[in-house]
Structures are given as C-alpha cells and as structure tokens.
Design a protein around this ligand. Structure first.
Ligand code: PLP
Length: 421
C-alpha cells in the first residue's frame, strides 16, 4: 500500500513535458549567434544550464558563501548543509546505498584519475595485471590507466567493436583472464552514441570476481542510472553534462571498496589527526575530498538534479529518441553522408562525415548560421582510427532541442554541400 501510494505520488508530481515551457528554463537558448537564433547541438560536450542552476550560484555567493565543515558560525553551517544536501540528492539520483559512497570530484576525468592513482596503492592493481576497456572509450578512460602503467606496467586489453559501433560481447568474454583486475567501460559513447549492455557486462565481470567501473558521463542525462540495480562497483560522471556547473563531478564507489583505497590527495578536511610523524584520515567520503571543495559547484549540481527530478525520465528518453530518429532520417536523405555509429541502442548523438568535405569546414560554415556542433576526434582517437576517418562532425541533442532546430541544421548542411559541389 505504501509502495503504491509512493508511486502514485511520484506520477502526480511529474512536470508535463512541454518543450516550449522547458526551453524557457534555459536562457541561453533564446540568444542569437551570428545574427541567427542559436541552435545548440553540442550537448555531448557540455549541456546548457537552467535558470534555477544559474540562480543558485548567484544566490550562494550573495547570501550563503562560507567555507564548509570547519566553522561553527551561521553561514558556515548553511554552506555545509547545502553541500551535504547535494550529496544526498546525488545519492538519491543514482540510488546508492549511502551518501558516504558519493565523492565529489572535478568531473569524470578526475574520478577515473582518483581510482587509477589509489587502486594500485591499495594493491588492487599490480604489475602485470590487466584492465579491460573497450575500443570506444573516451581518452579519460584510457590515459589515466596508461599513466599508471608507467609505474606498474598495467596491460590494457581492448574489446573490439563491430561496424555499427557495438561491443562484441564474445570478444569481451575471451579477454577475461585470471590477470583481469578491472573492467572499465563507457556506458554511453560520446562519439558513436552507443548505449552499451552495461548490466550484462557487469554480470560477466562479477561472475569472474572482477570489479567494474562505469563511465556514465554521457549516460546520466539521457536515462535513469541506478547503481544498485546495475551493481557496478564504481561509477563516474560530470555535473556539466547533467545541466549543472563545470568543475564538479561524482565518483560513486561501493563503501567496502572505497574504504580499502588510500586517500588520493592530502590536505585539510580529509584528516582526523595530524602530527609531524603521522596522520590519520577521515572516513569516506571526506577521505577523498582534500582541501576546500567546489562548494558552489556541488550546490549547482544538486539543483540541476532537483530540476531533472521534476520530469519523468521516460518522457525525456522518448522525446530524445524521437529527435534522434527524425534527425537520422533527414541526414540519411543527404547524398555522400556517412553516419559513424549505427548501434541498435543509441543515445541522441549523431557523428557523421560528408564525402569531400572536412568536418572542420562543416562546423565552421554552419556556425555562421548560429548552429553549434562539434567537429574533431571528440577525445576518442581510437574510434577515428577504427573507422578510418581523421575526424567527424557530431550533432548531439538534449531534451530542450526541437525538430524545428533539426530542420535548420539540415538546411545548413545542404548549403555546405552546395558550396563544395
Ligand atoms: N567520458 C565520456 C564518455 C565523455 O563524453 C567525457 C567528456 O566528453 C568524459 C569522459 C570526460 O568528461 P570531463 O571532461 O567532464 O571530465
């Protein structure tokens, strides 16, 4: 009965998915660029911020600014409460068991570096051990492990992907050996848009007693990610890709694993006692949050999550999928276009090339029409090599984008092609 009531309350509480109203929440969407209404299709790089997030930052600095944890005065208590409330919001958002499993970081990259720098010190990674990653990883899930290899000679084993940009699961299974000490996988590819079969990947690793780290940088804004349901051991994401501020991110880890890791950085706030001879450390999460953290960033992230919680995530996913299908069909009507990343299960990201036109030219020319897309390797150079392209153009949509914007973009693409023909 309680369960049912709870569900009913939540359904009643969801905000109606009204695209015109949603767009009003994001002030930047009504600005012009180069004399044209902005069409912002670079959401995989960073998302725009709703008024509530922007206002929370100003409000904090105007009325609540103080350092946290260390003060007994009013403002310090308010700031601490806000900071820790944000941790609770993140906990609920990804459904971790406890708020102490939520470590605030600078972002996805910082979270992975934290793990790379502490796992080997906890002997969870040793000389000759293997880490399984996939061919579609962002550099953030490649380079930190390579840097670690300088010290520990860690071997990266790479799961190949098929031509559609999907992980080849049989090859994944073959890579697992007694030397595998971590599987570190991107949930949703920022370049291909592929949504990986994460639960299956985790279950296979766990059958072999291997912990799993999930790079959820792109996933969290497109679908509900539940760490208990997934049973992942670690998960990282960035606030700025979730309609929150830059410079703030999250590392989730199961408490039993985080407790085994040594501190990443030393300094204030992460210690219990310090003498010149010896230091003892705070429990998690403080153990991993040395120095004054990004207080306002975490508050902004909490507000972004509160904003998103107003919506039914299924509405967001459905709408974005509709946009993706619409844009994909329109793009495929254009001669000479090749879409890189055609997985069956895809987020709203379209990477493409056009015969005879460099992606940089596409990006630069359509920018004159106020359209923001990204061109380049998207921090995934191995994907470029896999598809034998120097770069791609990438349009990535958020739930505030519209079919009308897609039409403007397609029209601009036609214009570019005409210029080069
Ligand atoms: N992983 C993925 C899949 C990403 O898309 C990105 C950013 O584009 C990152 C990691 C790195 O995120 P950040 O630069 O916020 O640390």
């Amino acid at each position: 009965m309680i369960q049912k009531l709870k569900i009913e309350n939540r359904v009643i509480g969801f905000r109606k998915f009204d695209i015109n109203e949603i767009r009003k929440d994001f002030p930047i969407l009504s600005r012009e660029v180069n004399g044209k209404p902005l069409v912002y299709f670079d959401n995989a790089a960073t998302t725009q911020k709703p008024n509530v997030v922007i206002d929370s930052i100003g409000h904090y600095y105007r009325y609540e600014n103080a350092n946290i944890h260390r003060g007994l005065h009013f403002l310090s208590e308010v700031a601490t409460e806000q900071y820790e409330n944000s941790r609770l919001k993140v906990k609920e958002f990804i459904n971790s068991m406890s708020a102490s499993e939520i470590i605030f970081t600078k972002g996805t990259t910082d979270g992975i570096n934290l793990l790379a720098n502490t796992m080997w010190r906890a002997n969870m990674l040793n000389e000759g051990d293997e880490i399984i990653i996939s061919h579609m990883e962002h550099h953030a899930n490649i380079v930190p492990w390579q840097l670690l290899g300088d010290r520990k000679k860690i071997v990266l084993k790479v799961i190949p992907i098929n031509d559609d940009g999907e992980i080849i699961m049989d090859e994944y299974k073959k890579l697992i050996s007694s030397k595998t000490k971590l599987v570190s996988i991107v949930h949703t590819s920022n370049t291909l848009g592929t949504i990986n079969p994460i639960k299956e990947i985790i279950d296979i690793a766990h059958d072999n007693k291997i912990p799993v780290l999930i790079d959820a940088a792109q996933a969290v804004s497109h679908q509900k990610v539940d760490v208990q349901e997934l049973d992942c051991d670690f998960l990282v994401f960035s606030g700025h890709k979730l309609f929150g501020p830059t410079g703030i991110g999250v590392l989730y880890g199961k408490a039993e694993l985080l407790n085994k890791l040594p501190p990443y950085q030393g300094g204030g706030d992460m210690i219990r006692t310090v003498t010149f001879e010896e230091t003892t450390f705070e429990d998690i999460p403080n153990k991993f949050e040395a120095g004054t953290p990004n207080i306002v960033g975490s508050i902004g992230l909490g507000v972004a999550i509160k904003y998103l919680n107003m919506f039914n995530f299924n509405d967001i996913a459905e709408y974005e999928n509709e946009l993706l299908q619409y844009a994909t069909n329109k793009i495929l009507e254009i001669n000479g276009i090749r879409i890189i990343g055609t997985a069956k299960n895809k987020a709203s990201v379209i990477s493409f090339t056009v015969d005879g036109i460099h992606p940089y030219d596409i990006g630069t020319i359509i920018d004159t029409d106020g359209i923001a897309i990204r061109t380049g390797h998207h921090c995934t150079q191995p994907i470029m090599k896999r598809y034998n392209v120097p770069a791609t153009a990438r349009a990535s949509f958020a739930f505030y984008n519209t079919k009308e914007e897609v039409d403007v973009f397609i029209k601009a693409l036609h214009k570019v092609i005409k210029m080069f023909s």
